[in-house]
Design a protein around this ligand. Structure first.
Ligand code: ATP
Ligand code: MG
Length: 223
């Protein structure tokens, strides 16, 4: 089943002095149960593409369909709350919440009772390879890699059927990176998610079902 489909989308950044065509006429589709890696050189448009797929920016031309519905006509905050979880390049954890509270947050938004939310959040934190001592830690007390993993646990807590991640293993050592990539692969199959991961790392890309390569705003190998 296709969850997300982009048709001829483009996005340019216009500054006073120049226009940068960050994404040019990209078409692609993402199916449930599959993991996709988006690769390409720095500046090739990966993050811009992801922010459109996440509904954070609208394409300036072309359309994005979420299970057949035009994303431009949808409530995009709701789309991110209920369907598409995003792990950002800078993790955006809530600084005043502990790791556990950060992961509980999307569950509480979904009206899961506090006790059940705490149990599920603890399980997710364990799944990303963190110990119980992290539960009570605030983001600033954690290493970059630990924060990264909390951000992934929080994204998994969102539910939905789409997970979009910008360099989710960028701050991790090789062992933890393998662990997270395996977890994402496994989640895509078990929960029937479409997982879209931006990565510079060929090892990570290799584990994906499909690799999309961007160059100069275009998709080199279109799917
Ligand atoms: N806010 C912005 N204003 C102007 N130009 C921007 C902005 N954000 C990105 N760009 C430009 O758009 C192009 C694509 O950027 P994007 O961040 O999508 O690349 P990327 O592939 O994610 O790079 P990286 O691997 O370094 O994260 C680059 O040329 C970049 O300089
Ligand atoms: Mg980027």
């Amino acid at each position: 089943m296709t969850i997300l489909k982009a048709e001829h989308i483009s996005y340019s950044y216009r500054t006073k002095y120049q226009t940068i065509e960050a994404v040019r006429d990209v078409s692609c589709k993402f199916d449930a149960g599959k993991m996709y890696a988006v690769t390409g050189e720095s500046g090739s448009g990966k993050s811009t593409l992801l922010s459109m797929l996440a509904g954070l920016d609208l394409p300036q031309s072309g359309r994005i369909y979420v299970q057949g519905k035009d994303l431009a006509a949808m409530d995009r905050d709701r789309y991110r709350r209920e369907q598409a979880s995003v792990v950002y390049q800078a993790f955006h954890l809530f600084p005043l919440l502990t790791a556990l509270e950060n992961v509980m947050f999307p569950l509480e938004l979904k009206k899961v009772k506090k006790k059940a939310a705490a149990e599920q959040a603890k399980e997710l934190i364990r799944q990303v390879g963190l110990s119980e001592k992290t539960f009570r830690q605030f983001p600033q007390m954690m290493s970059g890699g630990e924060q990264q993993r909390v951000a992934i646990a929080r994204a998994l807590a969102c539910g939905g059927n789409l997970l979009l991640a910008d360099e989710p293993t960028g701050n991790l050592d090789t062992e933890n990176e393998q662990h997270i990539v395996k977890l994402l692969c496994q989640q895509s199959r078990e929960r029937n998610y479409a997982v879209i991961v931006i990565t510079h790392n060929p090892e990570v890309a290799r584990q994906a079902d499909i690799i999309l390569k961007m160059r100069d705003g275009r998709l080199v190998d279109a799917c």
